[in-house]
Design a protein around this ligand. Structure first.
Ligand SMILES: *Cc1c(COP(=O)(O)O)cnc(C)c1O
Length: 398
């Protein structure tokens, strides 16, 4: 802990104040260090830096002050020791796996993971001899049964996409401890503003900074947070060698965005709650998936594990795919895009977009029906979001 991160500070204060050491210029807002390399006072100093005998910057693939400031701020918000920032959420997952795992190792993962994560595990880690087994996300016994002597990592997203299933992080952490493996939580949907996986025993937290951390759809980035040995040495060792580093400009965008993360997540959650409650009362809607609803199967768990229910919700409409498309095509203001975590409300039909590459049977098993619509609630006035959804939903009744 230093003057930029006091142990008594809350998450909002950390988002605003942590992770910036003022330069001698006395700037109030953080500068961007747009430099690929750093100079040394002498050959002696250069040698000492390269030998690791003296701390300090060498080259921006390894460290950069703007990227470090972002990482320190995010680590402070999550309550983690150390953060490695990466060029995207996917390279955060890649760096974690290649930094920590070896040929013959085994991963147990939720079957509702982000599609590219499943492709990375199956197609690329698979050919290096790292195997993955998938289990029903909320079935803790299934996680326990899937563990083998080779298992080194449990990997989960909670809430899941698109059905917002909530996993008991503490229960998975217990399994991870019993079997001496890492519990990795992709905290993309909640962010540290709403959920702190380390408080429930997670070992590593992963982010796609592209989503709510930026929150304005501007830049690609990712992050891995954990202890100094696991993340600061092993994951960082892969990153500085392989090179999926975050650019200083993107780091500056995310660093500034963290200052408003807490208020934004509260506003996203509030709009999503209002939308979910309204949708539940619509005649054409057969089911609404949102952890903030009393009807959600893990509502109690979400209330304990999260300090807010988040901006993502999904709902099922009558009439299958035709009904879902009618609702989506009936909107004028909402953005029809698979992206999420933006100021703008986005709407998508998972079965024909984000989940179109898996078979119809797999989709059915995952509960992703043809009538399912996913919304990422933005920061518009909620009355305007509702007004935009009304025509399509009214057409379902006709
Ligand atoms: C988008 C996303 C990722 C990947 O992040 P990119 O920044 O697009 O590489 C990983 N996990 C989840 C849950 C995501 O939504």
């Amino acid at each position: 802990m230093n003057e930029n991160d006091q142990p008594t500070w809350g998450t909002a204060t950390r988002g605003v104040r942590a992770g910036h050491s003022r330069t001698p210029e006395g700037e109030h807002s953080e500068p961007i260090f747009a430099t690929s390399s750093f100079v040394f006072d002498s050959a002696d100093q250069a040698a000492a830096r390269f030998a690791g005998d003296e701390p300090g910057n060498i080259y921006s693939r390894f460290t950069n002050p703007t990227v470090r400031a972002f990482g320190e701020r995010l680590a402070a918000m999550e309550g983690g020791e150390c953060c490695v920032a990466t060029s995207s959420g996917m390279s955060a997952i890649l760096s974690t796996c290649l930094g920590l795992l070896e040929q013959g190792d085994h991963i147990v993962a939720a079957n509702t993971l982000f599609g590219s994560t499943i492709s990375l595990f199956n197609n690329y880690l698979g050919k290096l001899g790292i195997r993955t087994s998938y289990v029903a996300t909320t079935d803790v016994d299934a996680w326990r049964e899937a563990v083998t002597p080779d298992t080194r990592m449990l990997f989960v997203e909670t809430p899941s996409n698109p059905l917002t299933e909530v996993v008991d992080i503490a229960a998975l952490a217990q399994i991870a401890r019993e079997h001496d493996c890492w519990l990795v939580v992709d905290n993309c949907f909640c962010t540290p503003a709403l959920q702190k996986p380390f408080d429930f025993g997670a070992d590593i937290v992963i982010h796609s900074a592209t989503k709510f951390l930026d929150g304005q759809g501007r830049a690609l980035g990712g992050a891995v947070i954990g202890d100094a040995e696991t993340v600061g040495e092993k994951v960082f060792g892969f990153l500085r060698t392989a090179g999926p580093a975050m650019s200083p400009f993107n780091a500056w965008i995310f660093h500034k965005a963290l200052e408003t993360l807490e208020v934004r997540m509260r506003a996203h959650s509030e709009n999503a709650q209002t939308l979910a409650t309204w949708l539940e009362a619509q005649p054409g809607v057969t089911r609404v998936h949102y952890p903030g609803l009393a009807s959600h199967p893990q509502h109690e768990l979400a209330s304990r594990q999260q300090t807010g229910f988040g901006g993502i919700l999904a709902f099922e409409v009558a009439g299958g795919r035709a009904g879902a498309w009618r609702v989506i095509n009936g909107t004028r203001m909402l953005s029809i895009t698979a992206n999420l975590g933006d100021t703008r409300t986005t709407i998508v039909h998972p079965a024909s977009t984000t989940h179109s590459r898996i078979s119809a049977e797999e989709r059915a098993r995952a509960g992703i029906g043809d009538g399912l619509v996913r919304i990422s609630a933005g920061l518009e006035n909620v009355e305007d979001i509702i007004a935009d959804l009304e025509p399509g939903l009214a057409a379902l009744d006709a």
